[in-house]
Design a protein around this ligand. Structure first.
Ligand code: GDP
Ligand code: MN
Length: 387
């Protein structure tokens, strides 16, 4: 789960980490008022959306007067920002963060993530900050250091290694060690899966400050972080995914046109693969899960039938814990309000398959039956083409 930059920075300050002083603004007037509260003579108005690359897209504006803050806020609030990370549709800006402007001497890249190979928290650092780390990795990989923290917190040696790699000197080295220790603590205590400061800066007066912050919480650990759950911004999430999550469905929207309804994550992945093998693309990942009910299956079908991108639906159920009659009843329930507007291909095998097929057939539904996954994918791809 993602949170906003201003929320991530508030979290970092709880761990006594250095972040610029700032104010959240939901209106133009609030943005202007923030300049008085913050004082100083330079401010930065930053669009708060769950995506990076805002600087290049005009979503981060340096302002030298109140008037400039007003115009920046007017331009940004309600506008749709398209950055490298938002996709073509972009994201509407509904919140601004106004910060004191800082004098930047150098910009670094610093992130923490869970290194699956070492099963430890790793720091990824680079003296080439402010740029996309993927670009640095491609053009000058020697400028990136990945260091897995061996113990429960970064050792003095590990901290010095990182500080030296960033080219820090003198008192900045111990400031860096302090920063790394606190970042590691924050990351572990908050169950992060990613924490990225891009850039971490050295100010002209020699202080390290997190100028940008992105935090991704491990969704599996949210049950022990109600304070993070409270920061969830549903405006930033795909409405279809939000709806699906309310019914306990594992659903992820994708950009293809074959809607998938599958039980089991592995089978759902295999179904997506075989659709691609047959020459088309899945519109979603959907694992209805073992604890599925007629209601949740019904919601899943409604989600697929109301998605304009979906040109055919492929139902692939290997009934074990999930019963085929539950799937069939979910479909019958869904079509009461959401008629089948696209062809549906069904492969139902396993527990109560006879019953499931009988229910669909008795209802007179125009469903194409497939004997196995290969055939089901072929039928679905053909159906999406209008064949
Ligand atoms: P992103 O583009 O979405 O990653 O947004 P960032 O928060 O990283 O901001 C983009 C860039 O704006 C930074 O890399 C800085 O160069 C610049 N910037 C942000 N805040 C300040 C500031 O206080 N002073 C100055 N001079 N530049 C800033
Ligand atoms: Mn950034």
């Amino acid at each position: 789960m993602n949170i906003h930059e201003y929320q991530a920075k508030a979290m970092l300050s709880e761990f006594a980490l250095p972040v610029p002083r700032g104010r959240l603004a939901l209106t133009v007037d609030e943005a202007v008022a923030a300049t008085d509260e913050l004082g100083g003579a330079i401010w930065v108005v930053k669009a708060q959306i769950h995506a990076g690359g805002r600087g290049k897209a005009g979503g981060v504006r340096l302002c030298w007067s109140k008037g400039e803050v007003r115009s920046a806020a007017e331009a940004l609030l309600g506008s749709v920002l398209v950055t490298k990370q938002t996709g073509e549709a972009g994201k509407e800006v509904k919140r601004l963060y106004v910060e004191e402007g800082l004098n930047i001497a150098s910009e670094f890249y610093l992130s923490l993530l869970v290194d699956r190979e070492t099963e430890k928290v790793a720091f990824v650092v680079s003296p080439a900050g402010g740029m996309e780390i993927e670009e640095v990795a491609a053009s000058s990989p020697e400028k990136i250091l990945t260091l897995s923290v061996a113990g429960d917190q970064p050792s003095a040696y590990e901290c010095t290694t990182i500080a030296a790699f960033l080219g820090l000197q003198g008192s900045q080295i111990s400031a860096c060690a302090d920063l790394l220790t606190k970042l590691h603590r924050a990351f572990c205590q908050k169950d992060g899966s990613m924490l990225e400061l891009n850039p971490l800066i050295l100010t002209a007066d020699g202080n390290l400050v997190a100028l940008d912050a992105k935090f991704v919480a491990d969704s599996n650990a949210l049950y022990r972080h109600p304070e993070l759950v409270a920061l969830r911004d549903l405006d930033e999430e795909d409405p279809r995914e939000v709806e699906a999550s309310q019914f306990g469905l594992n659903y992820i929207a994708l950009d293809g046109r074959i809607g998938c309804m599958v039980n089991g994550a592995g089978l759902a992945m295999a179904t997506m693969d075989i659709i691609q093998l047959k020459g088309d693309k899945p519109a979603n990942f959907l694992d209805v899960g073992g604890g599925v009910t007629v209601d949740s299956v019904c919601e899943a079908f409604k989600l697929l039938f109301s998605d304009d991108h979906v040109k055919a639906v492929l139902v692939n159920i290997f009934g074990g814990i999930v019963r085929c009659d539950v799937i069939a009843n979910g479909l019958l329930e869904a079509i009461k309000t959401h008629p089948m507007r696209v062809p549906v291909v069904m492969r139902l095998v396993g527990t109560n398959e006879e019953e499931g097929r009988r229910l669909v057939k008795d209802a007179g539904l125009d469903v194409r039956w497939a004997a196995d996954l290969d055939q089901a994918a072929e039928y679905a791809v053909a159906a999406a083409r209008g064949e």
